[in-house]
Structure formats: C-alpha cells, structure tokens
Design a protein around this ligand. Structure first.
Ligand SMILES: [Zn+2]
Length: 306
C-alpha cells in the first residue's frame, strides 16, 4: 500500500467517501487513504476487538452452533471434495485469525487435525479452553516460519483488517502443501445490492468503517490479489445476502433487535435448505457468487497446474 498516492475517485458512491476510501489502481482494490499506525492496530486486535466490538460474540456463539456448522461445513465440503484423491491419512488445517475457534472445532469434529493463530488474548484463550491448539499472536513472517505445511489454510474476515493483504496471502501460501488449498473470505463490499440501497433508498455506505476495515474487496479484486500472490482460484461461494432484508424495507443496520431477528430468518433459510443433500443449497450460493452478490466473498485457491 506504500506506493499508492493517487486518489482515485470512487465514482458516484458519495463525495464524502472520497476523503476516506480510494479505488486504488496500484493495489487493485479499494482501501482507506489514511492507515492507522501499526501500534494502534496491534492494540485493537490484541486487547480490544473481542472485549468491546465482539463482546457478545463468544457468549452468543452457542445459539448459532447448528447454523455455523452448515456455514463452515460448506467450506470443508468443497475442500474435502477437491482433496479426495489423497490416501487415508488425517487431513491438516490451519486457521489464521481463528477467533474463539469455531471453524477449527467444526473441522476437529469431522476428523481433521487442526491448529490456529489469533491475536486476541481473550479469544485465543477461549479457543484453548475448548481443547484446540491455538497460539496467541499475529500471523506474520516470524509466526509463519515456525509452522509446518498444511492441506488446508483458512483465513476468514482477516484481510479487510490488515494494512498488507498481499503479503499476508503470500505468507499463507507458504504454509500450503503441494496440493494444499487456501480459502479466503472477506466482506463483499460496494456490491450490487449495496449500490441498489444507495440509489433507491438513500442509504449512505454504512459498510465503510475505516477504523476497522482498511480494505474493501469484491469477487474480482480478491481473485486478482490471490492471482498476484501466485495461486489459482478454482471455486467460489458466498453466504446469505443480508442486504436483501434492507431492500425489503427491514432497516436493521441501526437496530440490533431487528438485526438478531433477521439473522434468525437467514439461519432458518440455511438450516432448511441444507436438509436435502442434493447440493442445491451450495448451487444457490455459487450462482449468487457468479453475479457478484452475497454477503461474503469466499474463494478457494491452489498452486497452478503446470
Ligand atoms: Zn493502494
């Protein structure tokens, strides 16, 4: 990000935003213009994030267990299918920024050998209390150098927070076995449904939160960044487009109670769609991802075939 001086306008997403976020042609994705200091970032994710911003996340977690198993299960399903030609040895997974360890716990339950890293002392301690192998710390070159190679490296909602996403992808790539898979998810920002909300309903871009989200990706910009790091994206998916509720007139962004209610509705949708194992739940999300929609960008990548 150090080379980007040109302030490219966001074009019609609101003049006020142009002082905060730029559509960077050097980096290839949208990012904030003013980066917080590394000291501020360290303090935020080591000491504050799970204590304040995600305070209720760990406590509220168990109510979402069965739904989260479906969300995470979809990712493991795609990865296991791709790795299916392997011999019977136990598959290994590493989760970067694993929080309280939900993704790892799911993998462990389905027979994976799992490890993770998480900067928040509270969240990583909680993960260890569940019997998970999780170290406290930031995923940097030093951490990466002390790790073995894995079949599956997962990084969910990390890259929007870091000042150097390309470098983080390159470090994650260094952890992959020859046929290993890197799965990255980030919020799908400046998306078509968000555009519709700005155009039709006078929403201001509420997803721009420069104190936490330094980078704003979509399917194309994240895929391009992964390609820049030397990996091939072979699959993509997303999850429920929460903006659909806003487009239906359910303005939940400032109303936590309504937000929880609608979260319950999307959980119902996923739980019911997942009952039938014919794959059309995943087909639905893959189709959304194909047109750039859905709340998250979730991409699956491997080393290129020669
Ligand atoms: Zn840039």
């Amino acid at each position: 990000m150090s080379n980007c001086n040109a302030k490219n306008s966001l074009n019609c997403w609101g003049e006020k935003l142009d002082d905060v976020v730029m559509d960077c042609q050097v980096c290839g994705y949208k990012h904030v213009i003013e980066l917080p200091s590394s000291e501020a970032l360290r303090k935020l994710y080591e000491e504050e994030f799970y204590q304040s911003d995600k305070k209720e996340y760990i406590a509220a977690s168990s109510a979402d267990d069965s739904w989260r198993d479906i969300e995470f299960g979809r990712r493991y399903d795609i990865v296991e299918k791709k790795l299916s030609n392997r011999s019977g040895e136990r598959l290994t997974a590493f989760d970067i920024g694993c929080g309280p360890g939900d993704f790892l716990a799911h993998g462990k339950d389905r027979g994976w050998d799992v490890r993770g890293i998480e900067p928040s002392s509270v969240a990583s301690k909680y993960a260890r209390s569940r019997g998970l192998d999780v170290q406290t710390g930031f995923f940097d070159a030093n951490a990466a150098n002390n790790l073995p190679k894995f079949d599956f490296v997962h990084m969910s909602e990390v890259l929007e927070h870091v000042p150097n996403p390309l470098e983080v992808i390159q470090l994650a790539k260094g952890l992959l076995k020859e046929n290993g898979i890197l799965t990255i998810s980030v919020p799908n920002d400046f998306s078509p449904m968000q555009r519709a909300l700005v155009d039709a309903c006078d929403y201001s871009p509420w997803w721009v939160v420069p104190n936490h989200h330094l980078n704003y990706f979509d399917f194309d910009s994240l895929a391009n960044l992964i390609a820049k790091a030397g990996l091939d994206v072979f699959d993509k998916t997303t999850n429920f487009p929460m903006e659909m509720f806003l487009l239906m007139g359910q303005a939940y962004t400032q109303k936590p109670d309504l937000g929880r209610k609608l979260h319950g509705w999307r959980k119902n949708f996923d739980l019911n769609m997942a009952v039938n194992k014919n794959g059309f739940h995943e087909d639905f999300y893959r189709a959304l991802a194909d047109v750039g929609m859905g709340r998250l960008v979730v991409l699956f990548a491997q080393f290129p075939n020669d």
